[in-house]
Design a protein around this ligand. Sequence first.
Ligand SMILES: *Cc1c(COP(=O)(O)O)cnc(C)c1O
Length: 411
Amino acid sequence: MEECLRQFDRGYVKIDLDALEHNIDVMYDRVGRKSRLLLVIKTDGYGHGAVPIAQLSQKKESVGGFAVATFEEAKHLRECGITKPILILGYTFPYCYEELIGLEIRPAVFRKDTLRELSEAASRVGKTVKVHIKVDTGMSRIGIYPDQEGLSFIKMASELPGIEIEGIFTHFARADEKDKESAIAQYASFREFTRAAERLLGHPIPIRHCANSAAIIEKDLTMTHLDWVRAGITLYGLWPSSQVDHTSVDLEPVLSLHSRVAYVKDGRIGSGVSYGGTWQVKEPVRIATIPLGYGDGYPRSLSNCGYVLIRGQRAPILGRVCMDQFMVDVTRIPGVSCSDPVTLIGTDGKEHISMETLGELSHRFNYEFACDLGKRLPRVFYYRQKPAAYWEQFRPGIHSLESFFQNGTGV
Ligand SMILES: *Cc1c(COP(=O)(O)O)cnc(C)c1O
């Protein structure tokens, strides 16, 4: 890693924007370049950093817009120069409707009180609000049911002043499972309801979308690629589940996690390693201390079962992971010394540790693993194989190292 980033030796998350761009391109090919991608960058882009991802990708023809979970996430993207459509996937509380309309952020709608309040806010702002109707075809989370009452909701949305129905969408509960029956039934229900809604309105709804990452990659769900597809976990080169087809798209993991050895020593026979002495030194062992822990989102459940990579080899975790440090066994790795690079997620030589592997070892979902990597870890964004920008906790903003991000995008 370049000299200018030595301040991140303790630990940093590397975000490979070349891999991200590759994932966008292969998914666009996968959908036959017919659907556009709505990039799902909620929870700060699944912990990867929403702003540089949006700034990098918003000029791409393949990208229709961005999806987030909250008004604040959407507003921040606008403040950082993101001009493409931004959709809030969940419920948006009324306190921000005027600001939301001013910023042309699209809310998902499924409550009649929301429609009324949006319409009133629109008249106060003097601007139309574009909405996406959320249909519940099987998640039982949010959304109108695809029935007569659902149609009356759509009628109401179409008649209220200041509201424009730009889109309609639903979400699959089980597209990532081997058996596609449930997802196919949800799709059929969504299509039938969308057609009924369009008959009622007398015109097509411009943007229909239902596919998530699993539906983008699974061959049996190709028909779900409508005007947009919503690319979440696959954008980051991660898999929705172990059951999906891992060959239909050639994804590259975007995130890797790095640190350096803080200390190396020989264990003392009879001592325990870390809190609780859950690992006991019974024979000669060489111990390396890694200066990173569950305070960084590296889970304590990896105690005595995870491993890291040093000099291209696996070093198993000894004892409990602490908040800021943990120990590994380097007895079988010759020559390990202080400040040697350590890979916690990613590739070193012939060895690779994936987020999925770590998720399994720590009994956590890979999505959750990515979201929970701590804000104490700086994010370093690589583009064209060089560090291009970084983010760190106590210096707000994305700091550019090259001209790449300096296109008047607010960073
Ligand atoms: C989070 C989310 C997605 C993305 O899901 P992936 O499995 O990551 O592709 C898509 N649609 C909705 C409504 C979501 O909440």
